[in-house]
Design a protein around this ligand. Structure first.
Ligand SMILES: Cc1cc2nc3c(=O)[nH]c(=O)nc-3n(C[C@H](O)[C@H](O)[C@H](O)COP(=O)(O)OP(=O)(O)OC[C@H]3O[C@@H](n4cnc5c(N)ncnc54)[C@H](O)[C@@H]3O)c2cc1C
Length: 401
């Protein structure tokens, strides 16, 4: 039986594995990361490559290493120096530097050796001993299971776009599991639909490739915010009131109000305005009333009365807000009476414990960690709490909490 089984090998799961093994003293041969992707961080890398982002949105101290300034230290090493790039404000790291740092950490701490390439399909409690996680290849038993499921396998599709897809129209979501911007074939009139940073970055990238042939169709005026929630949510300034609130309904409301959905940082907005001025990208602000498929592509009827034709419709509409996991986790919630709020998300302890030996991070920890739970900062907060779980209750005590 393992000490820890982490389900999900994205930035969150990988950071937790690193902290638990390198800081909390969990023996690497007692911990595994379960993820169906061919490599750790694969979905993060695919989603970010697809939008061709140059800099992270988050600051220098948000990364998956151990100490807050690890990424900065890495930028001064022989491997990091050639890639060192930071954007003002907040010294946001260049994407290439961030990725190289991730690769370096995975290699240094040999995390790929802990990766089991499979998918969790069921969860069964083994009395006080721990949990059994079912996979198509058989069961894995662990004293503690950490759910680090991101949202990346649930791109959000508006109804009208789903209908076009079902009819076989040329429409993709930029976060589809099998979508790669780099392999996109030439188009005549591409339309990127979405109002936030992803849509802007994607339109800019395509506009460089085929200037003048890309329309960014945004359903609302630009919502300009540096981050996707106020930095006050990273510390006590905003979190004090959140933690004092005992109602999960009120906490969900606070999260919804705090998150700047569909927002765009000032520098990306500036780039977009410049691309529009130079005719690389066309900008259209309207909602889609209906979409129809014809021989020469997709026609979008807009709520301002206009009609747009496209042979390449790309959605940048983010991820579904539903609780991640899907059917197997829904079944576990019902079978093991795991407490949930009316929004469906876990109600967990301060230690992120959902049940004896069962822990969460990422979006699943949102009602405890607040609006930054799904960001890199949230991974760091969560992992710090998990380290404390181990420190309070090391493996040799054999007590599972
Ligand atoms: C384009 C983009 C840019 C972003 N930029 C930033 C940024 O600059 N700063 C920031 O703080 N945040 C950013 N984010 C938000 C967030 O930090 C990232 O989405 C991050 O990758 C989330 O990590 P994760 O590990 O929670 O999720 P994921 O990367 O989705 O990883 C979850 C993993 O769980 C696995 N999984 C799911 N179900 C199962 C199962 N049943 N069994 C086993 N494994 C399973 C999946 O295969 C996946 O590999 C960005 C997000 C996107 C999409």
């Amino acid at each position: 039986m393992l000490d820890w089984l982490i389900i999900g090998g994205g930035l969150h799961g990988a950071h937790a594995a690193l902290k638990l093994t390198a800081q909390a003293g969990v023996a690497p041969d007692r911990l595994r990361i379960l993820d169906p992707q061919p490599a750790l961080l694969a979905r993060w890398t695919q989603c970010t490559k697809n939008v061709e982002m140059a800099f992270l949105r988050s600051p220098l101290v948000h990364h998956i290493g151990l100490g807050a300034f690890d990424l900065f230290e890495f930028s001064r090493t022989a491997k990091g120096r050639p890639l060192a790039a930071f954007a003002a404000p907040y010294d946001r790291p260049g994407y290439a530097l961030f990725q190289a740092h991730c690769r370096e950490l995975l290699a240094q701490y040999r995390l790929p050796e802990l990766h089991i390439r499979s998918r969790a399909t069921g969860l069964r409690q083994l009395g006080e001993r721990g949990w059994r996680v079912e996979t198509p290849e058989g069961g894995l038993e662990a004293r503690r299971v950490l759910l680090a499921l991101g949202l990346s396998d649930r791109p959000a599709w508006p109804d009208w776009a789903q209908r076009l897809k079902a009819e076989g129209g040329p429409v993709r979501h930029v976060f589809d599991a099998d979508f790669h911007t780099a392999t996109l074939r030439a188009w005549r009139n591409a339309v990127v639909f979405g109002g936030g940073i992803t849509a802007a970055q994607l339109a800019l990238a395509l506009g460089v490739r085929q200037p003048g042939s890309v329309t960014l169709l945004t359903p609302h005026p630009a919502r300009i915010h540096q981050f996707d929630s106020d930095p006050g949510w990273l510390g006590p300034k905003n979190m004090r009131a959140f933690e004092a609130e005992t109602s999960p309904v009120a906490r969900r409301r606070m999260i919804q109000e705090a998150r700047h959905r569909g927002s765009i940082p000032p520098d990306v907005h500036r780039d977009l305005r410049r691309a529009v001025r130079y005719g690389e990208v066309k900008l259209l602000e309207a909602r889609v009333a209906a979409g129809s498929l014809a021989n020469d592509g997709i026609y979008l009827d807009l709520d301002n009365g206009d009609r747009v034709r496209t042979d390449c419709l790309l959605l940048a509409t983010g991820f579904e807000g539903k609780r991640p996991g899907g059917a197997w986790l829904d079944a576990a919630v019902a079978e093991w009476a795991l407490p949930t709020a009316p929004c469906g998300y876990p109600v967990v302890s301060k230690a992120l414990r959902w049940a004896r030996g069962l822990y969460v991070m990422g979006p699943l920890a949102e009602l405890e960690l607040g609006p930054t739970a799904r960001n890199i900062a949230g991974a760091r907060k969560a992992a710090d709490r998990l380290v404390q779980v181990v420190e309070r209750c090391p493996a040799k005590t054999q007590v599972v909490v």
